[in-house]
Structures are given as C-alpha cells and as structure tokens.
Design a binder for this molecule. Structure first.
Ligand SMILES: NC(=O)c1ccc[n+]([C@@H]2O[C@H](COP(=O)([O-])OP(=O)(O)OC[C@H]3O[C@@H](n4cnc5c(N)ncnc54)[C@H](OP(=O)(O)O)[C@@H]3O)[C@@H](O)[C@H]2O)c1
Length: 162
C-alpha cells in the first residue's frame, strides 16, 4: 500500500483537527492518485472531510475504535486485524493510507511508497508524519520541480521503502 500526505518543513500535518494547508494543486494530486481506489483513514480524518461525507468514487475505509460506529458510504473497521482482513479483498497497490497521524504511524511499516507533498513553510502543528529523511528504511526517490500557490512554495516528492 501507499501513503499520501502533505507536510510542512517539520513534517507537521495537522492542527486542531484540520489540515495545515489547502493547496488546490495538492488536492488535485490527491484526487488523481486515489480516485477509483481504496482510501484508508482514521475517524478523526473522516470527521474533518467536507460535510463528513465519504470521498466520492473511492472505497472509503475508516478506522474507528467505537465498535458501534458506522457511517453511510464507508466501511468501518475497528481494529488493525479487521482492517487487514478487509484489505485482502483489494490489490494492495491500489490502497492509499490517507491519515491522520495515528493511522500513518500504524500503517507506514506496511507501505512501500509515500507520496509526500512538501510545503516550504512552518505551521504550528499538533499532528505529524514520521520524518522519512531520518528513517534509513526510506529513500527520496523522486522530486518534482517546485511550485507556488499564494506565496507558498511546495513540491511533490516520492519516497520508497528500501
Ligand atoms: N496533511 C495531511 O496530508 C493530512 C491527512 C490526513 C489527516 N491530516 C490531519 O491529521 C489530523 C488527524 O489525525 P489523528 O491522528 O488525530 O486522527 P486519525 O488518525 O485521523 O483518527 C484517529 C481515530 O482513528 C481511530 N483509530 C486509529 N487506529 C485505530 C485502530 N487500530 N483501531 C481502531 N480505531 C483506530 C482512533 O480511535 P482511538 O484513538 O479511540 O483508539 C481515533 O478515533 C487532523 O488534523 C487532520 O487534518 C492531515
């Protein structure tokens, strides 16, 4: 499976339940990569989606501790065991781990690729993605040219597990 994330200079990903950045090109990139595929997210990330609606045209899998929780249009799973049992039905190359921090942390060891949009800015953050530059199991495989949106410089990068 693959992780997909947008980080600031300190690998921050979120603050008070929201994203740090809303960059249209990054949202388009996320959509292009995930459309038609399986997205796995934690309940907090699901609640942060617009209207708390599942992402359209994707299989939405949501990890939730509460065994009674479910929502229309999502497949709720309540443990890693349940998640892996479900994911056996899908080609793992089509499974995207979409956050948040707790889910990235748990599933990164099972990912072979991480699409990391790096924003050249610092924001106060209470959630972080593991710093792949400090992790010898991961290498920076590809970097696209820098782009800019409203004064924010960012670039798309791809990390691969060694
Ligand atoms: N920058 C990005 O690309 C990006 C992407 C996605 C999200 N985010 C940000 O990340 C933040 C949310 O991250 P988060 O870590 O707070 O929340 P999260 O990972 O989205 O969701 C946490 C929830 O998932 C449940 N959960 C996680 N693992 C589970 C497991 N193994 N079994 C059962 N339930 C499980 C937790 O239950 P319990 O804790 O009750 O066990 C908790 O309710 C937000 O600020 C969001 O905007 C950023």
């Amino acid at each position: 499976m693959k992780a997909i994330v947008c980080v600031d200079k300190n690998w921050g990903i979120g603050s008070q339940g929201d994203l740090l950045f809303h960059i249209p090109a990054d949202l388009r990139f996320f959509k292009e990569k995930t459309i038609g595929n399986v997205v796995v997210m934690g309940q907090a990330t699901f609640f942060s989606l617009p209207g708390q609606q599942p992402l359209p045209d994707r299989v939405n899998v949501v990890l939730a501790a509460d065994p009674d929780w479910s929502a229309e249009g999502v497949i709720a799973v309540h443990s890693m065991e349940e998640l892996f049992e479900l994911l056996e039905r899908y080609d793992s190359r089509l499974v995207f781990v979409c956050g948040g921090a707790s889910v990235y942390e748990q599933l990164l060891p099972y990912c072979d690729t991480a699409y990391v949009t790096k924003v050249d800015a610092e924001r106060p953050a209470d959630k972080h993605f593991p710093n792949l530059d400090e992790n010898p199991e991961w290498v920076l495989a590809r970097e696209k040219e820098e782009q800019e949106y409203k004064g924010l410089r960012f670039r798309f990068t791809t990390y691969k597990m060694v």
